[in-house]
Design a binder for this molecule. Sequence first.
Ligand code: ATP
Length: 903
Amino acid sequence: MKIHHLTAAEALESLDSGPDGLSDAIIEERLHEYGFNRIEETRKQSILLAFAQEFLHFFALILWLAAGLAFFAETQQPGEGMQTLGYAILGVIAINGCFSFWQRYQAEQAIAALKKLLPQQVKVIRDGELSLVFADELVPGDLLVLQEGDNIPADCRLIEAFALRVNNATITGESLPKGRDASPSEVEDMTQSRNILLAGTSVVAGEGKAVVFATGMHTEFGKIAHTLKTTVKNQSPLQLQIRRLSRFVAALALLLGVVFFFVGQAIGLHFWQNFIFAIGLIVANVPEGLLPTVTLSLAMATQRMAKRNALIRNLPSVETLGSTTVICTDKTGTLTQNRMAVKQLFVENRVLQPEQLGGDSLEHHAALLAGAALCHNLKHVEGEALLGDPMEVALVAMAHRQGMRVDYPKIGEVPFDTDRKRMSTLHRTPQGQVLYCKGALETVLPRCTQTVRDGATVPLDESGRQSILAAQQAMADQGLRVLAFAYRPLPPTPEDDAERALIFTGLVGLEDPPRPEVADAIAQCHAAGIKVIMITGDHPHTAVAIARQIGLVRSANPRVVNGERLKKMTRSQLQVALNAPEIVFARIGADQKMHIVEALQRKKHIVAVTGDGVNDAPALKKADIGIAMGKAGTDVAKEAADMILLDDNFASIVAAIEEGRAVFDNIRKFLTYILTSNIPEVIPYLAFVLFRIPLPLTIIQILAVDLGTDMLPALGLGVEKPDAAAMTQPPRSQKEALIDWRLLARAYGFLGLIEAAAAMAAFFFVLERGGWHYGQGLHGQHTLYLQATTACLSAIIMMQIANVFICKQRQRGLLATPIFDNKLILSGIVLEILLILAIVYTPWGNAIFGTAPIDQEVWLFALPFVAGMLVLEEIRKWLVRRFQLFPFRHKPPRMRKRHAQRR
Ligand code: ATP
């Protein structure tokens, strides 16, 4: 018989398990026999294939074509140096392929490392104790304890279920939740059986226990042989932009090559010589390394974010984070510490401190304390520790401290959910069945008809209700989280709605202090033009009091919208309400979060939203950045999120946004850097064509700059740490192009021209000193000519070294910029210096790159140009700052909106 045909007890027995789960010895044995509970990636690309791909993509193909043409030209016209060029291009393909492969590999490693940071944990009963274990250590026969929000880690058979519903969408595609129970099933197909839970699906409601019967690749999920989604494969908009940009530049390079070829022909250049230039120009300008560098800088950013407790699940989220304009955040646990302590009580119409409870008056307070001790969802884990909601832990602790240690068996439950905002548990007590209820006062009080006075029950009249409401308000105004308690002895006959005619026992005010770092993080958001909106299930007064403590609310009258009000608002009313500079949403149900997110998106905001429960999943998915809590979050919320906070802390969101902003800036920094050197590469050629001077920089020398000396420093700029000023500017618009006219003007029109001037000056300096005069031809192997081109190349490299530091900052002066904080840049520069020395002073360097040793004076001659570029750039930056030439990257959404309205 198959496992779903058996009874629960038989199913357990068939796996040699029992109500106490497995023993350690058996687990060890089974782990050995069945292996880890993991899905192996079936279609993992072989390393060799990935490596080969680096030599076969679009740009590589252009280069292969160029190399082929060069070798073909050699057969047509031997001795023109075409063969050398052919080999040089092959070298370029090899260097580039290896470098790109290395970058991609690093990026994938970085993403893979992230996955390991947050392994899934599951609750199992082993040796009679409830314990938390890693999901991949599960073995057949393990007894799982499941609750709302849990992912199902292996195929299992239910043994006990309470209102359990699962979402099977990942396996069957069916997205409506299905009820599940533990009774034997008749159906033939196991996957359709009501008592089977399949790995990869999730519990959306209820609780249950289930015995594992298949793990890892033996599960249905494993059999479908799903390829695990590796996030690095998603192309981010930024990567797409770079890809388009690269192709455009490549096409431009081709065009440039062809045009220059014809110009050369028109002015009567030698055909083959002309041909070399055209090919060389194309090779030099094809931006083959751009995309891998962008991917690597995104991946490196995810690593830095992980160090700051923000785990990115999708690479594109890195840049979306950078453009976030609104953060919608929960209160409990995110802004606050979620370390609850009972501070105040309201019992029998009196405000008390917790220590005044119990003792001699235990009898009077017994019903309240019994409610605190019993009405919860906590689980005992390995001895004393209690696992679950910290608020409930605090309540049980209070009851225990006051001597209330009852442990009546729970026989039923009406679970908590964010819409009901209350929960009830049913217990078998010596006095019969009793229902204990706790929750938000608004949902409990209307169900109460009596209250307790002097230990006896009395009717609850209107004035009694008013004083309870006033007491709640007073507690909430202090920032306390207020919970109402009630109970009711049940008649022996079962009732449909047992949560009625309750006896009110009191209010408990719990303190949950704000996280110390949050006030700073909120201030940073304000400085960075990011709006922060609190969306909480808590009472409006508690919400505002906490918001005030952390600086989220500073005005006397912030806009407060509660769930009831929100229900009645139209779309446009909500959008108008969201214009308020300070707005707090309180007593909000989970589905309402989604409406707020949508309204903000309609207002063209880029929205980050936090969540932890199953009901938060739609809002997390809808938001531009869904953020799940790593500690308090359910598996379902984590699955729906783009980012997971390892420490549940609001401040980590802000840190991640800062890193996200840095990525975009960094890519611009390295683009500026590499674009700059294009000008001193092209101008010598133009001068050669237009003024008929000897060619100041050969093609191979151009390749030496683009694919040798420039590579590492550019990568270094791509992984710069966030700048201190990153969070002092408004968010950038997602539409903002990576390359705009300002960037081009600075790289080409300013820095590039200065570099070109230095390169040309160094070239002529050597020629003049050697007695050359204008109009005189020079043979390509003439030492003077070799030295002059070497001077030109060396000057470019010296200028590029200074340029790295210049590109570290767009607006701030060099003196205010940390210079030696980036190891990759520093090692890039050391390598750059070693390379140029090797090119200039070693015989093989001379042979490959057509150079000759130059003396010290040439270097000294170039120095003033380096200094000049630094000074001119300082002046430019000063002017930009002084006259606020470009103070904002773009106008924040609200300002744009207002302009639009005026028009
Ligand atoms: P946030 O949404 O910021 O995390 P929250 O934790 O207060 O705030 P919910 O979990 O939706 O939000 O809770 C809403 C209200 O429901 C609480 O203010 C409280 O009154 C009540 N409540 C919360 N947890 C429980 C519980 N375990 N049992 C009974 N009532 C609860």
